[in-house]
Design a protein around this ligand. Structure first.
Ligand SMILES: Cc1ncc(C[n+]2csc(CCOP(=O)(O)OP(=O)(O)O)c2C)c(N)n1
Ligand SMILES: [Mg+2]
Length: 411
């Protein structure tokens, strides 16, 4: 089907390209935005005056680890999508295409750092050792969260766009104060300094919450890294509608560094994030990272991207695939062989089988616990609502039995 058959939207004709950015930069007399890239789509490693120093810390074992992580999370994504299609999950939010942005940044964080994700950061969750099966509890609708953030310093998913950026800055200001008072009471304290990382998308960047968090972060010099994954789409709205200038340039208006990095280059993402977290931990203030990447799949399993974008655009980004370029590099440099890639595949299949088994076993909680946990103490309104719920549920009792009998007979 050609372009002319696509349904028209108010954004019709605004393709994902750099044209608007270039025009806006020229009008302001700004030089074109530079994007940090070390590992190109052809699998060759370039250099950068600042970030090569950080990239050099990635020894062959770490590079193989980054590949294994990206492959694992992509395999997990395929399995979760299948589980949703088979009715085992209510919804799934795929991450395919964004593996390098997530694994590279997550692996650059340290255990004492605290991460605030959106709802798509499954790759970051993996790097923080969140049990990926637990991650599916919310998508199956059996939990309001799924994991205890205190175990991994990986906060619960936030579905209200950008709300977590405010939480992140507040948390970072808390860390700053804790560290100050700890230093005053115990000057020889050796605990490592911590930073906070706040993830959000190109669409969320238009929310007022992001502006407020950046103002506060700058005013209080909070140890926070804003990590924006510009995956070029906010459901059906292209990133060119959210901004005329590179999103990383917005940091200038707040007075802290902004860096655009090739979000499909895991080496560059890792290097830039490590630099930014160091900067924040050393008390030098916030940093904005814009990871230039692409959401290859649908927004969620409830979305159909063929309705609003061209397949040629998707193909052009598939050619920049984050896994393919690292595989090329590892093979060309003799750092990984067929046996390594076969093992990665087998491990992925094992992870998928574990996630599938565990998801099937997740039990539906007693919904009465939701009433019990609304307030600390008993509340007449909650008691009234529970009574209504009990009566309403009782109305289905006969139907359930009949339904079960039918299913059993059908089996
Ligand atoms: C405050 C708020 N407004 C609207 C929505 C509905 N919504 C959910 S995801 C989404 C698009 C977000 O795009 P982006 O920030 O680029 O993140 P991506 O989904 O691309 O990762 C919208 C509008 C919401 N969840 N919260
Ligand atoms: Mg987006």
């Amino acid at each position: 089907m050609g372009a002319t058959h696509l349904p028209s939207t108010e954004f019709d004709g605004t393709a994902v390209d750099d044209q608007l950015e270039a025009e806006a930069e020229a009008a302001m007399g700004e030089p074109p935005a530079q994007m940090v890239q070390l590992l190109g789509p052809d699998g060759t490693l370039g250099t950068d005056p600042v970030y090569t120093h950080y990239a050099e810390k990635l020894d062959p074992e770490k590079l193989r680890g980054l590949f294994a992580d990206m492959a694992a999370i992509r395999r997990f994504d395929v399995e979760a999508t299948a589980l949703q299609r088979q009715g085992q999950l209510a919804l799934w939010v795929p991450l395919t295409g964004q593996e390098a942005a997530q694994i590279g940044s997550g692996r650059a964080s340290q255990p004492q750092d605290y991460i605030f994700p959106t709802y798509r950061e499954h790759g970051v969750a993996l790097t923080r050792n969140v049990d990926l099966a637990e991650l599916l509890r919310q998508f199956r609708g059996v939990s309001n969260g799924g994991w205890n953030p205190k175990d991994t310093n990986f906060h619960l998913y936030t579905l209200v766009l950008a709300a977590q950026t405010l939480h992140a800055v507040g948390y970072a200001m808390g860390i700053q104060r804790d560290q100050k008072s700890a230093a005053a009471s115990d000057p020889v304290r050796t605990e490592p300094p911590a930073a906070v990382m706040a993830y959000f998308g190109d669409g969320a960047s238009s929310e007022g919450d992001v502006h407020e968090s950046m103002v506060f972060a700058a005013s209080y010099n909070a140890p926070v890294v804003f990590f924006c994954q510009n995956n070029h789409w906010a459901i059906s709205v292209p990133s060119t509608v959210q901004t005329r200038i590179p999103l990383s340039n917005r940091a200038k208006g707040y007075g802290f560094p902004g860096i655009r990095v090739d979000g499909n280059d895991v080496v560059a993402v890792h290097a830039v994030t490590e630099w930014a977290l160091d900067h924040a931990r050393q008390g030098k203030g916030p940093v904005l990272i814009e990871a230039f990447t692409y959401r290859v799949g649908a927004h969620t399993t409830a979305d159909d991207p063929t309705k609003y974008r061209q397949s040629a655009e998707e193909d052009s980004w598939r050619a920049k695939d984050p896994l393919a370029r690292l595989e090329k590099y590892l093979r060309a440099e003799g750092l990984a062989d067929d046996a390594f890639f076969a093992k990665v595949k087998a491990d992925g299949d094992e992870l998928a089988a574990y996630v599938r088994r565990t998801t099937h076993d997740l039990e539906t909680p007693d919904i009465r616990t939701a009433f019990a946990n609304t307030y600390v103490e008993a509340h007449p309104l909650v008691a009234e609502e529970l009574a209504w719920f009990e009566e309403y549920s009782a109305g289905f009792a006969g139907e359930e039995t009949a339904g079960q009998a039918e299913t059993e007979a059908g089996n």
